[in-house]
Design a protein around this ligand. Sequence first.
Ligand SMILES: [Zn+2]
Ligand SMILES: [Zn+2]
Ligand SMILES: [Zn+2]
Length: 366
Amino acid sequence: MESPELTFSLAYISLSLCFVFTPNEFRSAGLTVQNLFSSWLGSEDVGFTQYHVRRTSITVLVHSALPLGYYMGMCIAAPEKNLCYIHQVSDSWRAFLFLSLCLQLASWMLVIYWSCSHWHNHPISRTLQAHVQPPHSSWGSVAANINDEFRRIDKFATGAPGARVIVTDSWVLKVTTYHVYMALQNDCHVTVTESRQHQLSPDLAAPAQILTLRVDSINPVVKPFDIRLNSTEYAELREKLHAPIRNSANVVIHQTISELFLETFKAQVDLNQVYTLPSGQDLEPCIGCMQVPANTKLVRLCQAEGADNESECQQCFCRPMWCLSCLGRWFASRQDQQRPETWLSSRVPCPTCRAKFCILDICAVH
Ligand SMILES: [Zn+2]
Ligand SMILES: [Zn+2]
Ligand SMILES: [Zn+2]
């Protein structure tokens, strides 16, 4: 009896969440505010600032209509509640309807307020007004400058559509669902504040390090904001960004896939069995880097796991000669560089005797 109502509620709530946070599946199906209202929004390339003023306003209106949409859907999904007749509705539903209407009304009032005198009050216009300084005489001219630089093909652009980062010749921009953050490159300094490592895993095509950078402006009206990017894009960002970048948290930035892979590689080897050195044998320095003791030994272990399918790995009889970092770099260098998702599961030859081994066969020496 309860089920159509419950089904509708669950479906509506999950669809609404997907609509607001737009996962990739939704985006490719075209179910985004940008897509649904594209004819009214115009082109981002033609007028970047105007486009985002319109886009953020319509987003506020559409998102705030979702609770009201739920109520109207409920009228049909649960006819026994008589939701269509206001005077027969239970108190809690009446309160919900009232709040939904208030939310919708408030968002309309907000957008109408924003739109007064050519969108003068819109948050994006206000940010533009904060940047009026020579050579720009008005915020219209600042907007024209951003539009112009956004059209250039050499801009740096990255990030998910909900938090895009764009660096043009003189601007750092961050486009979010409800706002566009702006900072003039000449006014800002950038600080690397955090790094998150995502290790190579079956559902991730490549290992990733996500850097968080805070953009502070000396302009007191411009609030600081965070931008996020993949560490492999860091070099490209540095090329475009003339502002100084401080690395306050001593974040080690891995700029290549191989460096990133090393973290995953080490974590994986930590899970393997350890190899105890026979008594009387000493660890020699690693012959790759000569900096640290050779602390890895290849032992054919992988076969023990899947006894029925014959493994292609071979037993290596070399004494420990390489450190874990050097072995990891060797392992990464022998892979298909275009397909990092295959790296963990493939076999490479031992750098000394050429016996094939896989990641399960690498033991740390103690
Ligand atoms: Zn080494
Ligand atoms: Zn060997
Ligand atoms: Zn193996």
